[in-house]
Design a protein around this ligand. Structure first.
Ligand SMILES: Cc1ncc(COP(=O)(O)O)c(C=O)c1O
Length: 365
């Protein structure tokens, strides 16, 4: 445990800025070498500062999950935004119209009705709203089956006057069910293949799309192996977490985000209580590893339970860590942890550097 961090008030979420910058550089170099556009998913950090760093390093634009995130980024002057999420309903369409005055916006959907709503908006504004059609490459979330089924959807949507289908997109989130690099590679090939196959069906129908957009952090490593992909959208690579560790995507030296907590009670043998609960670490579980985070200094300690303000550690009977000590935790899922905190403590080594503001924190609509 780094004793020089004794100035830190816990629970605290910290970012090692050297690791963060290395992660950003690495991914942008990977994209450049592969000749693929990098459109990072900013739902991970929700921070204008980090989005600007990504753009300075060559990102072609950003991805967001929600309109609210897009509004925050556009207000900060970021003007090329993919909302990788369907926009539904009058109120949201009105917000989208206002957003499009500030930024170039692409929207995604897998539904003809949603596309009709967008098309009506596009017509009322006298323009065609650029659209990605979401394809299911195996995650089983949004998206129709690749190939004929999606091609037929694209054919119907392409006839709408107020939208323009410019791309196909998929998210290989099922890579998180894999426990090895080989597994992630397989999912990366599935992501690409499902879009290529759909593109081929479109060609047969005389339709063309210019963007083939894939993306998750585990699969992004293999983008050079799938020529034909034009864009990737990794998000979690900036901070890293247990999900990345157990899929073999990164090592501990790539985990920029750490939670620091203080041991506040040793009430029984084999138990320690810390001051980080579900409001700090979230209850996101991991399919490959029990508990709610990893203590790098004590990998056998299990973060067994979380109530709101308390974390329950299962520790060896002779665990030599007294009340008042600080422990370091790599959380299971960096994106959800970040969304719980207004600002993160940026560190250079053990020194405080500056706070990273989570500008779009809580912007979930
Ligand atoms: C549509 C979409 N694209 C890209 C990503 C980024 O994936 P990751 O968090 O693995 O980097 C996500 C994550 O949920 C996503 O939903």
């Amino acid at each position: 445990m780094r004793s020089t961090l004794d100035w830190l008030e816990t629970p605290a979420v910290t970012v090692d800025l050297d690791i963060l910058e290395a992660n950003l550089r690495q991914k942008s170099e990977l994209a450049q070498k592969a000749g693929v556009k990098l459109r990072p998913h900013t739902k991970t950090h929700k921070s204008v500062e980090i989005a600007r760093m990504q753009l300075q390093l060559g990102a072609s634009g950003i991805t967001v999950a929600k309109l609210g995130e897009a509004e925050v980024m556009a207000a900060a002057g970021i003007d090329d935004i993919l909302i990788a999420y369907p926009i539904i309903g009058k109120a949201k369409l009105a917000r989208l119209a206002r957003l499009m005055e500030k930024a170039k916006v692409i929207v995604s959907t897998d539904d003809e009705g949603v596309a009709k709503g967008l098309s009506e908006l596009g017509e009322s504004l006298g323009r065609r709203i650029p659209l990605y059609i979401d394809v299911d490459s195996g995650l089983g979330r949004c998206g129709h089956a690749p190939g004929e089924e999606t091609a037929e959807l694209v054919e119907r949507v392409a006839k709408l006057p107020g939208v323009e289908v410019i791309g196909l997109m998929t998210h290989g989130g099922h890579s998180y069910g894999e426990a090895s690099e080989e597994g992630s590679r397989r999912v990366a090939l599935e992501e690409a293949e499902s879009l290529f196959m759909t593109q081929e069906w479109l060609r047969k129908k005389g339709l063309a799309v210019r963007e083939i957009s894939v993306g998750s952090t585990p699969t992004s490593k293999f983008v050079a192996e799938v020529p034909g992909v034009t864009e990737m959208r990794p998000g979690a690579y900036v901070y890293g977490d247990v999900s990345q560790l157990v899929t073999g995507t990164i090592g501990l030296d790539g985990c920029a985000l750490r939670v620091y907590a203080t041991v506040i009670s040793r009430p029984r043998p084999g138990v320690a209580i810390i001051d980080a609960g579900s409001k700090t670490l979230t209850k996101d579980a991991n399919p490959h590893r029990s508990g709610y985070g990893l203590l790098p200094a004590w990998p056998d300690v299990v973060v067994e339970g979380l109530s709101e303000e308390h974390g329950h550690l299962r520790v060896p009977a002779d665990w030599p860590v007294p009340v008042g000590s600080m422990v370091e935790i790599v959380p299971n899922h960096c994106c959800t942890v970040v969304n719980l905190h207004d600002r993160l403590v940026g560190l250079r080594g053990d020194r405080y550097d500056h706070n990273i503001v989570v500008d779009a924190r809580g912007r979930i609509s």
